[in-house]
Design a protein around this ligand. Structure first.
Ligand code: NAP
Length: 259
């Protein structure tokens, strides 16, 4: 019997991460699902195995903790699992003027969106390279393409995710390991509520579903696409962001966030 590939998904308790878990299970992968809400992970794992079979390991972990990513990898290895594919999906937003943001909220955002994503990639990439297959999918955002007044740290964290992924895509070319970056636009998940931006123009003008974003992401990732822009609206917005004068795009993004 051939061994089933193992995909690790962070932020798998809801939204795009949970939808990606269904894509991976449907493609015959065993799964390691992680997030803070272990109860949601357990319910999802049960539903996935009932529908698709295979093994699912769930690990409750807080990636906002400075050693969260190291502890997660230690726990995976101690459980006797390895990782073929890493999906760095966990992420959070925070809206409002930076000067009014609680410092702990800002540190948590940077730790999850940027530091843990980088640490997990650093820890898991060497074994993929040694095996000559596997991959990393980092979930950034359309926010990666321009600065975001009234969401400055979030937009900058996603620009980091995109830059980091594109550089690694080139660094690993020819190794058999795929590095992709997903850049979704507004998507209906728990994200907008958590970031206190449900009433912003951005989310009132229509959103994609987590399932459609995950399907496009999974397809692009398996093909080794460098940047994945799910849906025509997302592709068009990314294209326009390259052509819009910088000052205008700063004003437009500020207006989108209700300022
Ligand atoms: N929704 C959008 O409009 C949109 C657009 C572009 C990009 N994205 C990106 O898509 C990714 C997924 O977000 P989503 O839209 O699916 O929102 P979501 O439903 O809120 O999912 C976020 C996931 O991240 C996990 N997470 C948050 N803080 C964490 C922490 N400290 N430690 C571990 N896990 C943590 C959450 O799990 P727990 O709460 O259980 O820990 C949850 O599973 C994020 O990177 C987000 O930036 C979203």
């Amino acid at each position: 019997m051939t061994e089933r590939p193992v995909t690790l998904i962070t932020g798998a308790s809801s939204g795009i991460g949970a939808a990606l878990a269904w894509c991976a299970a449907g493609a015959g992968h065993d799964l390691i699902l992680t997030a803070r809400r272990g109860d949601l992970l357990a319910t999802l794992a049960e539903a996935l195995t009932a529908r698709h079979g295979g093994r699912v390991l769930t690990i409750a972990a807080d990636l906002a903790e400075p050693d969260g990513a190291d502890q997660l990898v230690n726990e995976i290895l101690a459980s006797g699992w390895h990782v073929d594919q890493l999906i760095n999906n966990a992420g959070l937003g925070a809206s409002g003027p930076l000067a009014e943001m609680p410092p702990a909220q800002l540190t948590g955002l940077l730790q999850v969106n940027l530091v843990s994503l980088t640490t997990l990639t650093r820890l898991l990439l060497p074994s993929m390279l040694a095996r000559g297959h596997g991959g990393v999918l980092n979930v950034a955002s359309l926010a990666a393409f321009q600065p975001g007044p009234l969401m400055a740290a979030y937009y900058a964290s996603k620009a980091y995710g995109l830059s980091f992924s594109e550089a690694l895509h080139e660094e690993t070319r020819g190794t058999g390991v795929r590095i992709s970056c997903l850049c979704p636009g507004a998507t209906s998940t728990g994200f907008a509520r958590e970031a206190q931006m449900e009433q912003s123009r951005l989310f009132r003008q229509g959103t994609a579903t987590a399932e459609s974003v995950a399907r496009a992401a999974w397809r692009g990732f398996q093909r080794g696409q460098r940047v994945i822009l799910p849906g025509w609206k997302t592709k068009l917005t990314a294209l326009l962001s390259h052509w819009t004068p910088h000052l205008l795009s700063l004003r437009l993004v500020r207006a989108l966030h209700g300022g």
